[in-house]
Write a protein that binds this ligand. Sequence first.
Ligand code: TGC
Ligand code: FAD
Length: 392
Amino acid sequence: MRTDLYTGHDYFNMDDLLTEEHKLIRDAAREWVKKEVSPIIEDAAENQVFPQHLLSGLGAIGAFGTYIPEQYGGSGLDQISYGLIMQELERCDSGLRSTASVQTSLVMYPIWKYGSEEQKMKYLPKLATGEWIGCFGLTEPDHGSNPGGMVTSYVEDGDDVILNGAKMWISNAPFAEIAVVWAKNEEGRIHGIIVERGMEGFSTPTMKGKWSLRASDTGELIFDNVRVPKSNILPEKSGLGAPLGCLDSARYGIAWGAIGAALDCYDTALRYSKERIQFGKPIAGFQLQQKKLAEMITEITKAQLLTLRLGQLRNEGKATSPQISMAKRNNVDMAITIAREARQMLGAMGIMNEYPIMRHMMNLESVITYEGTHDIHLLITGMDITGENAFK
Ligand code: TGC
Ligand code: FAD
């Protein structure tokens, strides 16, 4: 196992645009990752398991509920702080960032935005510390890019509803205490409903065999006549726009996270190229290797600028969904391209788990697919600029 020597790269002095608080939050997250996660991440990926002992630490660095108000146990910070934490987590591993973005943006966010006061007080403080973990059930076996076609549904029965259906590919499902599940009511309208572990008929089988995001637990959610109190339905928003609103927040975090993965690949390749001698000199001295490195830092810098601006827009409440889609799509594509180039720069060493690049590359194959595929985000941009819907 190698010592984590990562230092960060800031070619366009982006730090000048951050506050002292932003830098403190980012540096604290970076130090925690180096001390607690870097030494164990390769084993976790190899063993296909999320290290659950990290949950309280993630809570302590503010990764759970970063922008949720303090009255509900969150950190009450801004969107850029949230982005910086996601960047530092994914610099280590996309699965680590996944756990935090699901908890903050897909579980705490809908409870905060669409929940009742009782629901907020019951769930948010425990989710903020990591005492409870949640998951988000939107995708179904037959409905991925087209979540509006979902078949999971419920019928009313006195003070309860009876829920039936199944969700698939759900991050954190195998160990989550609660699931925010999207299901149709008898009129076919989509609602969010909080399902708790232990409710009869509710199970969360683990999905094994992933070559990607191996340090993140993924599972199914099965609902077999699950009786859920009506008081667990999120009352303040319904329709497909409700889950898609959560996705905006999570996709924004991924845009930052992907920069982290790209920075780690670039940092590793740069360091290696200065140390690796071939034909009597460091490979960093060959033009072809310099071209790779120069293009990497150029693309990272462009993504950093785009994403910081997006963070400013989100702080002002002005960011549009298509702007978020563009950043998610661009940054993940940028990161996966850099991972592939960086792996080549390490030659045979690039395939070894002594270096993080191959793990990042495999992780990013999930990141480019979940929260809307690369092509779906392109179609969102296409529709925004032309006014024409090419989805259907
Ligand atoms: P469409 O008719 O366009 O829209 C339905 C309603 O939703 C509104 N809307 C949005 N609202 C908020 N935020 C957004 N981003 C929104 N996009 C659309 C829209 O205005 C409309 O509202 P209303 O009031 O008129 O009803 O919907 P569509 O059925 O045509 O689908 C559009 C499409 C394809 C863009 C969308 O469904 C989509 O984004 N598909 C991708 C699915 C996806 O991203 N799934 C992610 C699952 S969660 C996940 O992957 C977590 S991984 C987490 C981790 O481990 O990190
Ligand atoms: P499909 O929708 O079947 O798409 C297959 C291909 O067809 C893609 O290339 C797609 O771009 C293309 N395509 C689809 N429709 C169109 C169209 N209209 N025009 C052109 N091309 C199209 N979901 C959750 O709800 N919660 C989670 O926590 C979660 N975690 C995940 C974790 C992992 C590791 C992974 C891999 C996925 C996770 N997902 C989760 C599911 C994820 O959001 C879906 O995989 C994703 O939305 C794509 O759906 P699909 O896999 O069914 O692909």
